[in-house]
Ligand binder design. Structure first.
Ligand code: XLS
Ligand code: NI
Ligand code: NI
Length: 433
């Protein structure tokens, strides 16, 4: 007996379908730009929100009553069974997890590790019989009270040690399950008040921690990508991995810019005062683009509401940047998204994922059409064309303020402004949505 009994596997029925549990735009086998939609989008279901989250919000407790809720190994196995039942309905190629999502909390590190290893074996056996692969694993270094003042950046070295040991076990688990990436999201790596915080010391700790993660991943032969997930705040007042550009500066400081990339979440970009496409373009320009968490925030509430995507234009602009970045390699599209807490039923969980995958497919196809059309890239190239003319390249290579000043005087250089053509370009985008 499955929690999802009575819900048939979702099928692609085309844009005219009125079935809310069918794919209208996502046909995994459809070939676009030389690859299937499944290969382009690389969808993943998140274990935490879909199977572990109880429906709480800052003012209310649990609303969901799942038969697998509870802290025993039997229930952890029941949760894994339910997860694979949902995966079979959706047919998505990947999933993601934190250690704490899949195993019960133990009394100490040894028990946590035993629980994790046992459930990882159970999941590995299920994966052998088919179903999705692991996009990424990660450690939950933020929920337990020991992490209230941070994990790697904690003032207490015992917490640093506990966190490091825990990440070791999570890298082992990710390797064992064939994970293609490993994510570090530092929800409590930040501060509540500057009055008790040594910023410089905490950053050094974080740098050392990440270096050890990279070293250990290499040592065990983990060939996936290590990803940092930026977020500006929440739960911390200030989080050190504020946004993509901040993470890049941090990686440069510790010589890790060639080792670690970013997992960019739409809602985190909004919290940082950016658009999602800004963060994607920034990462691509710094050669650290890795993967995405495709869950949106409510634009009014000002916190990480983690809603499933529903806006084709936003999604299209995001995937346009993914395509410009060369597409996903080890990364993919993870739904780090929660149901609304009134959405109690098994069917709600199915509908949320199907709708999200469909909006993504629609947005991706629009982005691919924009890319193949080429009008936007031609306009971009035309805007910078002056830099390939005459002695313009020399300005950047051998120019000095003195030689350039002489040149401007001699040739009477007197620049004339040209239109940025924003509205025209926005109209181009609208043609494809
Ligand atoms: C929280 C983060 C988290 C990471 C994984 O805001 O998005 O869910 O994706 O730890
Ligand atoms: Ni988030
Ligand atoms: Ni996330």
């Amino acid at each position: 007996m499955s929690y999802f009994d009575g819900i048939a596997p979702a099928t692609f029925q085309g844009p005219d379908s009125t079935d809310p549990l069918a794919y209208r735009h996502y046909d995994p086998a459809e070939v676009v730009m030389g690859k299937t939609m499944e290969e382009h989008l690389r969808f993943a279901v998140a274990w935490w929100h879909s199977f572990a989250w109880p429906g709480t919000d800052p003012f209310g407790g649990q609303t969901f009553e799942r038969p697998w809720f509870g802290d025993t190994m039997d229930l952890a196995r029941a949760k894994a069974d339910a997860a694979f039942d949902l995966f079979a309905i959706l047919g998505q190629p990947y999933f993601c997890f934190h250690d704490a999502d899949i195993r019960p909390e133990g009394a100490n590190f040894a028990e946590n590790t035993r629980n994790l290893e046992e459930i990882v074996d159970y999941i590995a056996a299920k994966m052998e019989t088919g179903g999705p692969k692991l996009l990424w694993g990660t450690a939950n270094l933020f929920s337990h009270r020991r992490y209230m003042s941070g994990a790697a950046t904690n003032p207490d070295p015992d917490v640093f040690a506990f966190a490091a040991a825990t990440v070791k076990t999570c890298l082992d688990a990710t390797l064992k399950l064939g994970g293609e990436n490993y994510v570090l999201w530092g929800g409590r790596e930040g501060y509540e008040t500057l009055l008790n915080t040594d910023l410089g010391k905490e950053r050094q700790q974080a740098g050392r921690f990440l270096t050890m993660v990279v070293d250990y991943a290499k040592k065990i032969g983990f060939n996936g990508t290590i990803l940092i997930e930026p977020k500006p705040q929440e739960p911390s007042k200030h989080q050190y991995d504020y946004d993509v550009a901040t993470v890049y500066g941090f990686l440069k400081e510790f010589g890790l810019e060639g080792e670690v990339k970013v997992n960019i979440e739409q809602g985190h970009a909004i919290l940082a005062g950016h658009s999602f496409e800004h963060e994607l373009a920034m990462a691509a320009s710094m050669a650290i683009f890795g993967s995405i968490d495709m869950n949106r925030n409510d634009y009014q509430s000002g916190w990480d509401t983690d809603q499933f995507p529903d806006n084709p234009r936003e999604v299209a602009l995001a995937y346009y940047e993914v395509i410009r970045a060369g597409g996903f390699t080890t990364g993919g599209t993870n739904f780090d998204a929660k149901l609304r807490r009134q959405s109690l039923d098994a069917e709600d969980l199915v509908a949320a994922h199907i709708g999200a995958m469909d909006v993504c497919a629609r947005g991706f196809k629009a982005a691919a059409a924009m890319w193949e059309d080429g009008a936007l890239e031609q306009a971009r190239a035309a805007r910078y064309v002056g830099w390939s003319r005459g002695d313009a390249p020399a300005l950047l290579q051998e120019g000095t303020l003195e030689t350039i000043a002489e040149c401007v005087l001699r040739d009477d250089i007197n620049p004339q402004p040209r239109s940025g053509r924003q509205e025209k370009l926005e109209n181009v985008v609208s043609q494809f949505i």
